[in-house]
Design a protein around this ligand. Structure first.
Ligand code: C5P
Ligand code: MG
Length: 171
């Protein structure tokens, strides 16, 4: 258990990846664990899921546990191409070890193309399932950059963490 007396804690995280065609190193685009049909995908050491990276950082930041780079260095060969759900699971485990659990999430993806609206429910469901939350506790919004960052995908996430019952900090 953390020594913090706060019953609730707020976490915030963000992540961005450059977009490229497959022949230029772009991976298939994945956001929140959902495959997104897109000509271009993230250039990344892992699978490049900017939504799950931002979410994992948000979980860690809520408890002042640093950021995912400390746990998953992007130079380590073993993490190359890794499924970002593994990164999220690790961050969630650290949060749970300290007696907290995520209560709700607000996630914003900034991407000029493609339109993500048709995938909103699927992304919310996927993120909710990964956090063991009801779907309605995961808000998912999309923005374009208005052409200011057409070659990037950016995600920003806030999360509310709540202290669980005393003695539940070990599972
Ligand atoms: O960025 P902007 O306000 O112009 O976006 C208009 C709307 O387009 C957003 O409110 C969102 O519903 C949708 N959108 C989307 N997919 C994106 C970017 C925006 O569905 N990649
Ligand atoms: Mg990333």
């Amino acid at each position: 258990m953390t020594s913090s007396p706060l019953p609730y804690r707020v976490g915030y995280g963000e992540d961005a990846h450059r977009l490229a065609l497959p022949q230029d190193g772009g991976r298939p685009l994945v956001l929140g664990g959902v495959g997104v049909p897109s000509e271009r995908g993230a250039v990344a050491h892992s699978d490049g899921d900017a939504a799950l990276h931002a979410l994992a950082d948000a979980l860690l930041s809520g408890l002042a546990l640093g950021d995912i780079g400390q746990y998953f260095p992007d130079t380590a060969a073993e993490w190359r191409g890794m499924d970002s759900r593994v990164i999220l699971e690790r961050a969630l485990g650290l949060v749970r070890e300290r007696g907290y659990a995520p209560l709700n999430v607000a996630l914003v993806v900034t991407l000029d193309r493609p339109k993500l609206g048709p995938l909103r429910a699927e992304i919310a469901r996927s993120v909710a399932a990964l956090l063991a939350l009801p779907e309605g506790e995961v808000g998912v919004s999309f923005k374009t950059s208005e052409g200011l960052a057409p070659d990037h995908v950016q995600t920003r996430v806030t999360v509310l963490l709540g202290l669980r019952e005393p003695g539940r900090g070990d599972d």
